[in-house]
Write a protein that binds this ligand. Structure first.
Ligand code: NAD
Ligand code: IPM
Ligand code: MN
Length: 353
């Protein structure tokens, strides 16, 4: 039985994670699939109460004794430097070596895109974001802090191994899914060292996949083109920071952060699943957070764990609810977070009959 650590986290994290867990229970009820869901208390409250973010022993326990981690969100206005989120979220990405950050962007209903005259099939791409390097590694420092001569250096780390494995993962996905083209985004015109490595490795790996077209783009042009003609894109591979930015941009093309799931994967190891959105301090206590991103995230987790049937049923239920307008206010509906979760369970029950 897969063992899953549930880290609900901060802000709306617990609200949306509760619904994802509810839906996991609905989809597995009577199906013969069993999941061992174990709640972990980590987040801002735990940090403020205990002074610990996450311990080495806990990271080892997750790595050795769990199959997956389902995370809500981390980020709390009381933790100004955000150190607990860095330790837990970025810490797990780095320490479990979760090098693939998979962020699908899929339009479920034309009504939800701000772009005009676009159908579902026009907004349907997946971002392969490098997840263990880039400016996220925290290398650098400050000098003369607090003086007019202050200096801040934040290094951008790109290794051949790191660049190659994410690019290969993107091409392998395109091959398995039968997709015609992989686009790589960098900023080689300004950042020649990092860009040079990305472009060389991209060309080399692309040569192993002759049936798949490849194009190297500048990330600014890609941001523009995703708005102009998203239908050209099916697979995008990019670095950590550009992937972060493009995935928020992409989410908005398909209805916003309330619908955007993500997976942090190292094939064969404990992987981490979380919505793209954060803890949304502005929504805390309103009961209006959209749980569908967390629910779609749980579908990504099930697929990763080998339960493709259950994953598809969740995705179909979400599509039905969205198309029926049975959603929270961010998507134009009037349901609360809990009612939106109930609605997905209702569709799942209907599918069983
Ligand atoms: P955010 O994603 O929390 O919110 C951005 C906007 O999107 C807000 O207007 C919010 O109301 C809306 N939104 C987000 N999730 C939504 C949902 N489920 N339903 C409806 N609307 C939703 O981003 P932010 O405001 O930049 O960050 C808030 C905190 O979250 C910060 O501490 C940040 O570091 C953290 N954060 C954490 C994660 C994570 O844990 N994976 C991701 C992003 C941001
Ligand atoms: C995300 C978030 C994180 C990131 C933050 C909270 C560090 O924005 O998962 O997209 O930048 O990766
Ligand atoms: Mn982000």
């Amino acid at each position: 039985m897969p063992r899953i650590a549930v880290i609900a986290g901060d802000g709306i994290g617990p609200d949306v994670t509760r619904e994802a867990v509810k839906v996991l229970r609905c989809v597995t009820r009577g199906s013969g699939t069993e999941l061992d869901l174990v709640e972990w208390p980590h987040g801002a409250d735990h940090y403020l109460a205990t002074g610990t973010t996450i311990t080495d022993a806990e990271v080892t326990e997750l790595s050795d004794q769990y199959d997956a981690i389902l995370l809500g969100a981390l980020g709390d206005p009381r933790v100004i430097r955000n150190e607990h989120a860095r330790d837990i979220l970025l810490g797990l990405r780095f320490r479990l070596d979760l090098f693939i950050n998979l962020r699908p962007v899929r339009l479920l209903d034309p009504r939800l895109t701000p772009l005009k005259d676009k159908a579902e099939s026009d907004v349907d791409f997946i971002i392969f974001r490098e997840n263990t390097e880039g400016v996220y590694v925290g290398m650098g420092g400050t000098f003369k802090q607090g003086t007019p001569d202050e200096v801040a250096v934040q290094e951008d780390v790109n290794t051949r191994k790191g660049v190659e494995r994410i690019i290969r993962a993107a091409f392998e996905h395109a091959r398995v899914a039968g997709l015609e083209r992989v686009a790589m985004a960098d900023k080689a015109n300004a950042m020649e060292h990092a860009g040079g490595l990305w472009r060389r490795v991209f060309r080399e790996v692309a040569a192993e996949f002759p049936e798949i077209e490849s194009e190297a783009l500048y990330v600014d042009m890609l941001a523009m083109d995703l708005i102009r003609r998203p239908e050209r894109y099916r697979v995008i591979v990019t670095g950590n920071l550009f992937g972060d930015i493009l995935s928020d941009l992409g989410s908005q093309l398909a209805g916003g952060l309330g619908l955007a799931p993500s997976a942090n994967i190292h094939p064969g190891r404990t992987s981490l699943f979380e919505p793209v959105h954060g803890s949304a301090p502005d929504l805390v206590g309103t009961g209006q957070a959209n749980p569908l991103a967390a629910i779609l995230t749980s579908a990504l987790m099930l697929r990763h764990l080998g339960y493709a049937g259950e994953a598809e049923r969740i995705e179909a239920a979400v599509r039905s609810a969205v198309q029926a307008g049975a959603t929270t206010p961010d998507l134009g509906g009037s349901l609360s977070t809990a009612e939106a979760g109930d609605e997905i369970c209702r569709y799942l029950e209907q599918m069983k009959n």
